[in-house]
Design a protein around this ligand. Sequence first.
Ligand code: ATP
Ligand code: PAF
Ligand code: BAL
Length: 338
Amino acid sequence: MSSALPPSSIPLFDTVASYREWRRKAFDEKKTVGYVPTMGALHEGHLSLVRRSLAENDLTVLSIFVNPAQFAPHEDLATYPRTLPRDLELLSQMSVTVPEGVRTPAAVFVPTVSEMYPSGITQNTQEQKGTFVEVKGYSHQMEGRTRPTFFRGVATVVTKLFNAIEPTRAYFGQKDIQQALLLRRMTRDLLLSHPEPQNLFIVPTARDPNTSLALSSRNAYLTSYERDNVAPALYAALQAGKAAWEGNVTKAECIEHAQAVIENKKRELGDSVDLRLDYIEMNDPESFDVVQDPVTRRQWEGTVAGKPVILSGAMWVGKTRLIDNVILGAQHTIGIVE
Ligand SMILES: Nc1ncnc2c1ncn2[C@@H]1O[C@H](COP(=O)(O)OP(=O)(O)OP(=O)(O)O)[C@@H](O)[C@H]1O
Ligand SMILES: CC(C)(CO)[C@@H](O)C(=O)[O-]
Ligand code: BAL
């Protein structure tokens, strides 16, 4: 362990080698290891993943690493919130009681950029050298339309993290639904054993109890007015789209209902807040392709028995980009846990 790390009651590792020593012992003792990858600035959404892992595994490991490769050069890598001492404090207060006793987070992996990218890393993909992981055919739709290099950066770092951590189970949030589904596909394509694809779990989105805003580290960029009165419009829009889908109108009408919520909010705010919708769209949870109109819920359900639809969106509040989604149909069929 390096002396540059902040004090922590939970063992902290900043090199793969030091973490592997710890992991070797867990293998020897036949302990299961649950893993929650994060970029830090922890909130209740992260903690819900940690709780799940604590309940289901002997040992729970988190990583906190702000991954340069998933930020495009014009994005917010420099300003992304970094709050390691507070994150460790929050984690040190966590515990879950199981029949075997009380479990607390067992280790936190906090690598440096050079530890994760021994060949170096630049955010400009044209200039990058070394080894990268691409999930081809699944990285350009939905979030990939606005962030074309995002999933390459995520798949690359998560492959490295899985190699380093060697988790029995891994936990991702529904808020980033495309990321979670794409990573499950990646574990299958790469024949990974740590974790095996069926041991990559998707945990429902944790929301603000008053406004239903999806919790997100980037909410820290918002003013309290934006957070409580502007940002919740995205989830409200998705709910309007969902209600329309349940009412069996066409996909295009559902999207119009959702967009109208954002338009109304913009009218209400006037020039006081810069609110811009990036997209609201319905996509197939397997191919990520846009659901082709005209189609209603009954028609969809009639042709693809049991397969749900992802209704997702992204919205700018000033310079802050927020995302959210709801699943229309049986979400357990795409592996979202209860
Ligand atoms: N509200 C939430 N509910 C459940 N899981 C979440 C929530 N927010 C984030 N997560 C999950 O936590 C993990 C780590 O995410 P990350 O550290 O990027 O936080 P974030 O809040 O999503 O940040 P950002 O604001 O950058 O999107 C991911 O699997 C992500 O999906
Ligand atoms: C999965 C992840 C930790 C990879 O950097 C990140 O994309 C995130 O926090 O969702
Ligand atoms: N939670 C996803 C990480 C990102 O937007 O970079």
